[in-house]
Every structure is written in C-alpha cells, then in structure tokens.
Design a protein. Sequence first.
Length: 235
Amino acid sequence: ALGDDVVLERPFAERRSLLADAVRPTPPVYVTPASTSAAVAADWFGRFEGAGLDGVVAKRLDDPYVPDKRVMIKVKHERTADCVVAGYRVHKNDPESIGSLLLGLYTADGDLMSVGVIGAFPAARRRELFAELQPLVTTFDDHPWAWAKEEAGIRTPRNAEGSRWAVGKDLSFTPLRPDLVVEVRYEHMEGDRFRHTAQFNRWRPDRDPRSCTYEQLEEPVTFALEDILNSRPAG
C-alpha cells in the first residue's frame, strides 16, 4: 500500500515505479536495479556473481502482486566441477543406504579440503551406491580427513558444516579411499566450499583424483554489493 492506496492489483511495472518514487535509497535501504533490456540482464548475470548474488530474477511487467504465490523466475548460475569422493554418510532412515557423498578438492599444498556434499539420489540408487562403495571403505589412519589433519587446520566434513543447519546433526561419516572422482553441478562457491548441495552429473573414471584441484573453478570478479544496488541503468 502507498498511504491508503492499496496497489496489489496494479501491474508490477507501475508498482515498481511507485516504490522508486517513494523510497530514497539510503543505506541500508535500497531499491534494487531493474531493466527491461536482455543485454543489461545478461551483463549483470555474468558480472555480479562476485558480490554474492545467485543470479537474476525475471518478472512480468503486467503481473499483479499475488500473496503467497511465486510468479517470478529465478535464473541461477550453474557450473560443473570434478571432485574426489572421500566419504559418505548413511541415510537417516536406512543404515545401508547413502545419505550423502562427501566431496573434496586438493589445494596447491596437496591437502584434500572438504567442499560440500551430494545428497539427491532416488531411494533405490541410495542402496546401490552403498553396496558399490563398500570396497573403498577404509580407516582414518591414513585418510586425508583424519583427526590429526583436522586439528592441523584442514577443512573436513566435521568442521566444514558449522552452520545453523548442522546444529544437532550427526556429522560422523564413513571414510573412503580417495580414488573415486565425480562430476557435479553447483551454483557458486561461498569461500572455499559450495554454497549449496551439489548435484550429481556423472562419474569420471578417466580423471586422476589428484588432478581435482581448486584451479578448475571459475572465480568471479569481486564487486561490492553497494555498487550494484546503487546502479540505475536506463531501460
């Protein structure tokens, strides 16, 4: 609403214009930039990931606001990376099914750092994976994610998931010999790990696990978020 005027049923283009006129951009309040130009949107999509943005959002100019209904389209980044499968966690409802595969990438110093997980498999495939991975099960004695490595500062699945989502969860895992390589799809990085759960793409039996390093990852040019929010393209 704008004063006593309820604008829910007005088209998005009109509502946005009213918002831009009503709000003076003063930190920390901004009106995000928008454009009807596909070229401008493509430029934003390619350049501004470095400010921590997932992608861009598309909305119809003639759509009204519909409470509790998502009518926008999110266009997110998606990339691939070859990762080492160095462990797994069993499914919470079945100790002989895979809950998630634990992924790692090697640093320039040769340390295998935990970068995230794959977790979306059909139920039948989870049980198949569990059986297929048993020959690779090993101990922590010489594993890249042994306790001694963790204490030395190596990112492992135990210390890599210190988020609010991991509170109360069992972060124990079964170690695997780091011989298996998988190609995954991911949106973007947050620091030195995947921001969201990665998606399985394919196995890479042709890939040497030691060649799976951070160097393969694209690094977006860094931008200050304020620079994006203050931009006002025409059109």
